[in-house]
Design a protein around this ligand. Structure first.
Ligand SMILES: [Zn+2]
Length: 275
């Protein structure tokens, strides 16, 4: 069993290389990611055919219709959010990501495959300090329509997620936790992304989500799920927190309590910008 770091203060890299491959959500063809240890602080990406790794920064993040995309100049890379959530959530601070193809494999729609890959490699102390963590000096509130995000300075990084859907299978759910690598691995990483039956059919008809199917998302059809069982009764709200962690991975985790009501990538980006 992997011994995960206590918290997010010490610098950690991988003990050795590790990789995962799978279908890409958009292209439907195989995508592969190999993770390498590095002495350079932060997360870095090496594109196919390039010898040099690019340091990942928050200003490269683009919110696309279905996922988070990184604009790395020569190439955009899509579906990065669950991989970045896994790296940061597990406590890693120094990793090089070697990409084959144009997107990161979606695996089962959660971060579990990445956590398992990281556990296979193991963690080891990194040679240099972490990038500085963001500091929140005062409370902030941002709204977008009926959606709200608030952040309040606190001793530790903690999260509260609330969702409210008209579909009876989801309804109103809330989940709160003080984040540690162990709690991320046990309570957040296995939560899969979710979608709706009519939306999935429209996207597929439009030629998007060639690789998206009942294997890599929970699909809701009103008052029932098309592909049960769920991993947690409140799996959707836990996945929302997974996405928030992914959106904060390049900014760093603040010493704050963050509450998100009906969250979206756009709201998460508002918080990241405030930090
Ligand atoms: Zn997600």
């Amino acid at each position: 069993m992997t011994h995960w770091p206590e918290d997010y203060t010490a610098p950690w890299t991988l003990a050795t290389d590790t990789e995962r491959a799978g279908v890409g959500l958009h292209s439907g063809s195989e995508a592969r990611v190999r993770l390498h240890p590095t002495d350079q602080p932060g997360f870095h990406m090496r594109l196919p055919g390039s010898a040099e790794a690019i340091q990942l920064r928050p200003d490269q993040v683009r919110d696309s219709q279905l996922c988070t995309t990184l604009d790395l100049g020569p190439q955009t890379v899509s579906t990065v959010e669950h991989l970045l959530a896994a790296l940061a959530g597990c406590g890693l601070s120094h990793v090089e990501i070697e990409l084959s193809g144009s997107e990161v494999p979606l695996l089962d729609g959660s971060a579990l495959g990445w956590v398992e890959a990281i556990a296979e490699a193991g963690l080891t102390p990194a040679a240099t300090e972490r990038l500085p963590q963001p500091v929140l000096r005062e409370s902030m509130v941002r709204c977008r329509g009926a959606s709200v995000i608030t952040a309040t300075p606190a001793e530790r990084f903690s999260l509260v997620g609330i969702i409210d859907f008209p579909q009876a299978a989801i309804g109103r759910q809330q989940f709160a936790l003080e984040l540690t690598p162990q709690r991320f691995v046990d309570e957040i990483a296995p939560a899969r992304t979710f979608g709706f039956r009519d939306q999935v059919e429209q996207l597929r008809a439009a030629g998007l989500i060639q690789g998206g199917a009942l294997d890599n998302a929970l699909v809701c059809d009103g008052d029932q799920w098309m592909n049960p069982p769920l991993r947690f009764a409140d799996e959707p709200v836990r996945h929302k927190l997974l996405d928030l962690i992914g959106d904060l991975a390049l900014v760093g985790f603040p010493q704050a309590q963050v509450l998100v009501y009906r969250g979206s990538h756009g709201l998460h980006t508002d918080l990241a910008a405030a930090l």
